[in-house]
Write a protein that binds this ligand. Structure first.
Ligand code: CP
Ligand code: NVA
Length: 300
């Protein structure tokens, strides 16, 4: 039987997404109180990283430890994956030894192939197309500060990238409106946009996107793997930096989010991201709590 994978947010129902957020809040409180929660005792997570990471690696590894299990970091330099062993073979071998496999890679199709050949849950920890784990944390952060996001307007400013695609899926599952402000040539996947045309709108300037927005989110202009396009992108994204002036166009209670790492003075100004009430640090911390809830959901 195919195990329960988490390749995109659409592997969850809206209710399951909300349950994971609630559980993440409970697990966060338990950790703060020092309450034991060794729900994954002796369970092992393999973590395949073909791209760099700070938050994802540490949150999964710390989360497994806190839940009584352990995690193994695998990079292409140190494994046979880097020497051309097929992902199908790797998936079959790893899934005979561990309880779940987390993968950060380039092509989304690669993680789909791994999932097809794995007998244990495969978790998408970022591909070129999606970053669903980040959205668990972003939505948990929103709910903790402002309550339900249903019916709210969310603005995505910048590249129509993996994060933007996951915001589109979140909009569908949690029933909010998403306005994407991106320069021409940087739209999110047109098929995904068309499939969600009832709630996703694309505009060409942040000024058009911000009025009545309850949450403003952005990301780097050149994602991992796009370093060669950096100079052109810096030019193409002129006018898309989230500044205090732009934030003042959003709802007065609007939250600003960034999945990090951030480039101050490019996609966001320092006074926005470093504001005393910025939630980006809590958003990053919530990766830990949200993924612990996800691991429990997939493994227990
Ligand atoms: N936001 C995020 O996924 O960060 P890392 O690249 O550091 O894991
Ligand atoms: N869009 C970014 C997200 C980093 C967490 C990237 O893919 O590099």
């Amino acid at each position: 039987m195919r195990p329960r994978h988490f390749l995109t947010l659409l592997d969850l129902s809206g209710q399951e997404f909300k349950d994971i957020i609630d559980r993440a809040c409970e697990l966060k409180a338990m950790l703060a109180q020092g309450a034991p929660h060794e729900l994954l005792r002796n369970r092992v997570l393999a973590m395949v990283f073909e791209k760099s990471s700070t938050r994802t690696r540490v949150s999964f590894e710390a989360g497994m430890n806190q839940m009584g299990g352990s995690a193994i970091f695998l990079s292409p330099q140190d494994t046979q994956l880097g020497r051309g062993e097929p992902v199908e073979d790797t998936a079959r071998v790893l899934s005979g030894m561990v309880d779940a496999i987390m993968v950060r890679t380039f092509e989304h199709e690669k993680i789909e192939r791994m999932a097809d050949f794995s007998s244990v849950p495969v978790i998408n920890a970022l591909t070129d197309d999606y970053h669903p784990c980040q959205l668990l944390a972003d939505m948990q952060t929103y709910v903790q500060h402002r309550g339900s996001i249903q019916g709210k307007t969310v603005t995505w400013i910048g590249d129509g990238n993996n994060m933007c695609h996951s915001y589109i899926n979140a909009a569908r599952l949690l029933d909010f409106e998403l306005i994407v402000a991106c320069p021409e040539g940087y739209d999110p996947n047109p098929e995904l946009v068309a499939a969600n045309s009832d709630r996703v709108k694309i505009v060409r300037t942040p000024e058009q996107a911000l009025p009545s927005s309850s949450l403003v989110s952005t990301d780097v202009w050149a994602s991992m793997g796009q370093e060669g396009e950096r100079v052109r992108r810096m030019k193409d994204f002129e006018g898309f930096e989230v500044t205090l002036e732009l934030m003042s166009l959003a709802d007065e209670n609007a939250l600003f989010m960034h999945c990090l790492p951030a480039h101050r003075g490019e996609e966001v100004s320092a006074d926005v991201i470093d504001a005393p009430d910025s939630v980006v640090w809590e958003q990053a911390e919530n990766r830990l709590h949200a993924q612990k809830a996800l691991l429990e959901f997939l493994l227990c």
